[in-house]
Design a protein around this ligand. Sequence first.
Ligand code: TTP
Ligand code: MG
Ligand code: MG
Length: 415
Amino acid sequence: MENQLVAHFDLDTFFVSCERLVDPTLNGKAVIVGGTRSRGVVSTCSYETRAFGVHSGMPMAQALRLCPQAIVLKGTSGLYGKYSKMVTDIMAAEAPVLEKASIDEFYLDVSGLEQNFGTYKWVCALADKVTNETGLPISFGLSTNKTMAKMATNAGKPNGRLYIPPDKVKAFLNPLPVSDIPMVGKSTCAKLNSLGIYKIKQLAEMSPEAVENIFGKYGKSLWRKANGVHYGKVAPYSERKSISVERTFFQNTYDIESLQTLIGQMCEKLAFQLRSEGKLASCVAVKIRYPDFSTYSQQVKIPVTNYDQIFAKHAKELLLKVYKKNEPLRLMGVRLSNLVKEGYQYDIFYDDPKLDELYGAIDSVKGKFGKASLQWLSSKADKEAVKKEKRFNLNRTDVNSDPDLIGRKNIKGKD
Ligand code: TTP
Ligand code: MG
Ligand code: MG
């Protein structure tokens, strides 16, 4: 850890920059990407709009009061994922150790590069490559650990290229407000401010025990970060993350109604798992196996979501497409993949606060009373199908025994 050097990259106004590549007349203008319905929120906005105080997460109505001339775009499904992948591929081809932290954000462990190259130059060349090859503006921070590198990126945005060497860490941190520490949210900030602590210097000069007394376990790492210390490692990047579930039937079945109900329940289970991990998925796949072991699968790309019913709708459609033989099935499974962390894109494509509230309520009941406590029973047919499903005598396959299973692991697995 002693001589660790981490680079953090983050694309500037990512969704807006993608929209500007499609429509260059948006360049230089106040642009907002976000939900356009009455309770829509800003996903992101151009720096021309930020000058009026508009920011991500702000209600759209408020944003438009602050900047009425802004051009509002609903967002383009598929566009951001495509550019995110292009940038990821460029980074992955060059970087020694790469972590993709969100749709537009990357950490690179560049320790050791300095023996051979000027690391700063190397990181600049990588930023140039991203912009030259994709047209997207990007900022980076280079410093002693992940938190410091991210703070350097944030401080330099847009088009920032900030290197903070070990002997400049304190001087960089001290004058900044405590809210600039990435782990400090609204409530931590309010608590610190209520104690008269506004600047990072003040927090850094407290005793670690005092900070721990106020914030519990979290206090220790907060105090460390205020002092420029963070032990988090750059976790190697892996695109192929997925979660899946499947069943092998004791008694082969061809009752399509019951299969549809079951696949809906599988989606429910996976979506609950996704939400509890704070993730979203944008690919649904269904696999079936006939008694002769012939196996078929179909998948579809969808806008990112973690809503049961959307996965279920696509899974049911896929099942109808893939289930052709009119023969009983031996196995059926669903996989959700292309997982991303929550807080991205979500607002625009499924801009439905009522559904968010509904799923929040469902998850809190499931959390209290167990995952099986609530199930979607949308129709009489579904209810009856659930009853029938109980008679199936279903059994979960031992996933390790089957080399060609979707996802290869149950529920929590990562490919
Ligand atoms: P950010 O990197 O946080 O923001 P940004 O790239 O738009 O702007 P900058 O980095 O220059 O400050 O987020 C990346 C994308 O994620 C953003 O373009 C839109 C999306 N996003 C949301 O949909 N909702 C949110 O609340 C946030 C913060 C981002
Ligand atoms: Mg960004
Ligand atoms: Mg980002």
